[in-house]
Design a binder for this molecule. Sequence first.
Ligand SMILES: Cc1cc2nc3c(=O)[nH]c(=O)nc-3n(C[C@H](O)[C@H](O)[C@H](O)COP(=O)(O)O)c2cc1C
Length: 179
Amino acid sequence: MRALVINCSPVRNGATAEIVRIVSEELRDRYEVKSVCIDDYHFSFCKGCRSCHSTARCIMSDDVDVLMNEFQNAGIIVSVSPSYWADIPGQFKAFIDRVTPWCNTHEPHRTLPSGKSGYTIALRTGPNMKECERIIGSIEHFYGHLEIECKGSLGLCSVEYKEAVKERESEIRSFCKQI
Ligand SMILES: Cc1cc2nc3c(=O)[nH]c(=O)nc-3n(C[C@H](O)[C@H](O)[C@H](O)COP(=O)(O)O)c2cc1C
């Protein structure tokens, strides 16, 4: 089975990227792992036109389809997101908005194959777990409307740069055991 591990941050060598590296390494024995960074993809913002509510298609064609193809092919999705102003980074939010053609609140909508499992890891510099929970909530809301089953989450506070991830490595590896 394929596992897709997403760096939801645009930073390719920061704390989020380091967690993606650890998770990918941990899953490699059990899954065919593909790790991606949201910044690998180039796409426009959703225009809010709602055409997709009646057509199940977006009026734009860009890398959203390329990343959704990775979702299509993976049985396991792991999203790793930092807090940017107490929420997911704008680049990842812009991607989620563009996934509206796949959202199950309107008919017709596009669908992913059933049986996918979704996991979320949130990290932040500040000390309060509530902010991690908000990020986990945003990503689990997204999973829910794609009918990806939310199977587990991990919040990591007091992490700013990748050096701080070293101290949390065993916590991250033990979270991966349930995947
Ligand atoms: C634009 C921006 C906004 C941020 N906002 C917050 C915040 O609201 N709360 C917080 O705890 N950390 C915040 N951070 C810190 C990141 O969550 C933290 O550095 C994270 O460990 C690593 O992110 P990275 O992988 O994108 O470098 C912010 C960082 C950036 C760049």
